[in-house]
Design a protein. Sequence first.
Length: 86
Amino acid sequence: MWPDEAVIGCTGKLVVATRGPAGPGEVVVCVRGGTEAFLAWSEEPLPTGSDVLVVESHGTRQVDVVPWTNPLDELDALTDPAGDAS
């Protein structure tokens, strides 16, 4: 099956932890204007609830993921609730 290139570079959240090389978890990815579930493989185990970035697609709804921290979250932490810089 052909890789699903639309999902590469998308972010998602693990709903089932990955076990590294021992086995996949499950990730819900924001793609194509909605969310879709994929089997998620990672080099090291990642816990349920982790934010991840899809780095590769293997087709058959299987993807490789890495941990992801949204860089915009750091900007939000620098502003107070009124939106003014601290």
